[in-house]
Design a binder for this molecule. Structure first.
Ligand code: NAP
Length: 258
């Protein structure tokens, strides 16, 4: 049976690969981002390659009514969303007070508010149908404070906390919720966040396909969270709790500033 998936941030990176994986399994899609041309290109690719239907919504998710408008448009088109991929997000490097306020609040609007709103809107339908999957693209940034990306790291801490708590509330409903926590991934993210092309963290990063596959598999298995690299998992779960805050933050700040 087909499961329609809605993917935010499907115009590039991890979201594009999540959409591809979902379509390759024979499922229809609603794809959302601001760049309509990229979305239409992906629609063409997936409809011809995977024999599925792809519905495009070009929308800035930071606009106050964007999520409600998406929900209304999808409902009016008679589409039931079975899988929700809250993936769109961005970061920004630099000292908190030296960055533009709009960029910082925009990060909260997208990484946090849009994710909460879309979940709130689409979850009741899934619960009523007793089936559904929600995947939140979080980050390993969720597990620690992040000097020089303070708002971004805090936004991902919110995503993990929210995702796990709602996942617990969902037990027994037939709906699951998973937080995907990648380390560095080679996407447009680095440039958007103000990192140079050859920054060491991203030069050695994983591919968006690798990351999306890890997230998709964990979501299908109903996992609470997945940290996509074994070394990072050991560091986060075993090393980090024993590391004094200032030393941990010093390492994060060094990684951001290189
Ligand atoms: N790359 C990494 O190293 C990394 C690591 C951990 C977690 N993540 C997380 O992974 C997720 C996906 O990022 P990515 O690495 O794939 O980066 P990306 O290639 O820059 O993709 C970001 C996506 O979000 C969309 N987006 C940005 N602002 C938007 C807005 N205002 N409204 C609607 N859509 C918007 C972009 O599309 P448009 O520009 O067309 O709107 C794009 O499709 C993010 O949540 C990010 O925090 C990334």
């Amino acid at each position: 049976m087909k499961n329609t998936g809605l993917v935010t941030g499907a115009s590039s990176g991890i979201g594009k690969e999540l959409a591809r994986i979902h379509a390759e399994k024979g499922n229809d899609l609603v794809i959302v981002a601001r760049r309509e041309d990229e979305l239409n290109e992906l629609k063409q690719e997936l409809e011809s390659r995977c024999n599925v239907e792809v519905y495009v919504i070009a929308k800035d998710l930071t606009a106050p009514d964007a999520c409600q408008e998406i929900f209304d448009e999808v409902s009016a088109a008679g589409i039931e969303v079975d899988y929700l991929f809250n993936n769109a997000g961005f970061g920004g490097r630099g000292k908190f007070w030296e960055q533009k306020l709009e960029a910082q609040t925009g990060m909260i609007d997208l990484n946090v508010q849009a994710l909460v709103k879309l979940t709130y809107l689409f979850l009741p339908g899934m619960i009523a149908r007793k089936k559904g999957r929600v995947l939140h693209t979080s980050s390993t940034a969720a597990f620690m404070p992040g000097p020089l990306q303070a708002v971004y790291f805090a936004s991902k801490a919110f995503v993990n906390s929210f995702s796990k708590a709602v996942a617990y509330e969902l037990e027994g409903t037939g709906v699951t919720m998973t937080a995907l926590c990648p380390g560095a991934v080679k996407t447009e993210f680095a440039e958007t966040a103000g990192f140079s092309d050859n920054h060491s963290m991203f030069a050695s990063g994983k591919t968006p396909r690798y990351t999306a596959e890890k997230g998709y598999a964990a979501m299908e298995n109903g996992k609470l969270e997945v940290i996509t690299e074994f070394g990072l998992k050991v560091m986060i779960k075993a090393g980090l709790p024993l590391t004094p805050d200032r030393i941990g933050m010093g390492q994060i700040a060094k990684m951001q500033s290189e």
